[in-house]
Design a binder for this molecule. Structure first.
Ligand SMILES: [Zn+2]
Length: 278
């Protein structure tokens, strides 16, 4: 699933195509109208003011005060060249050059809808989303406060998007490995020092991945149909059975909150107190 670096890469690519352009027509292709594509018709005849991002969501404020919201889901891509299959939305744009963009989504988890500007009540994840990790709002103190209120496993809590926005399975696993935190550690058991390490790891990994235009995995492509280059830099994700780059222990994979989770059993220990409880 595309995470923050992949969505940010798409945003940067889309921005010159879409900012200031008028959507002549937003057309639903092979998809059910609601709720994932609710009120899409309201984007027609509207100028796109900007292309913003929040977590894994693209937010496009429109001239009439509404907001076009795009979530790529598992397999959503926005393409300038017409794909053969699985087209869900077609955007006809004003302007001299490219006139059309296609939203292709084989597995149909994506969303492409219009809401009143800033009103995300129909999108609970967005509505309750934590700070942007690459903004000044994401401080160690804020992060520590958000984590100390929960006994959920740190991995599951970060995936909820509530303590910080934008991380999915890949970047959570990478950040936890970098900070030497076991994915099952109860969030509130992390010391301020550990939380600081984890925050620094999150910021560094996301920045490096954005610089590499994201990680390529099965379905993610940029608007031009290219792939991202961060895949080679992954330290744990998808490397179960291989050696830890820090201590050479064999990396393991187990399920945490229904997600395949990669970690080093040597570098990422559960705190002793937790072990006794289990
Ligand atoms: Zn290790």
């Amino acid at each position: 699933m595309p995470e923050l670096p992949e969505v940010e890469t798409v945003r940067r690519e889309l921005s010159p195509w879409l900012s200031g352009r008028i959507i002549r027509r937003a057309k639903l292709a092979d998809a059910d109208p609601a709720p994932k594509y609710a009120h899409l018709e309201k984007a027609s005849q509207q100028r796109i003011l900007q292309v913003n991002r929040r977590g894994k969501f693209l937010l496009l404020p429109l001239q009439n005060g509404a907001e076009l919201i795009i979530h790529l889901g598992m397999t959503g891509v926005i393409l300038a060249r017409k794909p053969r299959r699985h087209i869900r939305v077609i955007l006809d744009l004003s302007g001299p050059s490219q006139r059309r963009l296609y939203f292709q989504d084989p597995r149909r988890f994506g969303r492409f809808l219009v809401v009143p500007g800033g009103d995300y009540r129909t999108l609970p994840t967005l509505h309750r989303m934590g700070p942007e990790p690459l903004s000044e709002a994401f401080t160690t103190n804020h992060f520590h406060r958000a984590l100390s209120a929960s006994r959920a496993p740190i991995k599951s809590l970060i995936l909820s998007q509530r303590p910080v926005a934008g991380l999915g399975n890949i970047y959570v696993d990478e950040a936890l490995w970098a900070a030497r935190v076991h994915p099952l550690t109860p969030a509130r058991a992390l010391s301020l020092r550990k939380v600081d390490k984890l925050r620094i790891a999150i910021v560094r990994i996301l920045e490096e991945s954005i610089a590499a235009r994201g990680t390529t995995f099965s379905d993610y492509r940029t608007v031009g149909g290219e792939s991202g280059g961060f895949f080679q830099q992954l330290d744990v994700y998808g490397r179960d059975g291989e050696s830890c780059r820090r201590c050479a222990t064999r990396l393991r994979k187990r399920v945490v909150g229904q997600r395949g989770t990669h970690f080093c059993p040597q570098c990422q220990r559960l705190p002793r107190l937790v072990k006794r409880d289990r």
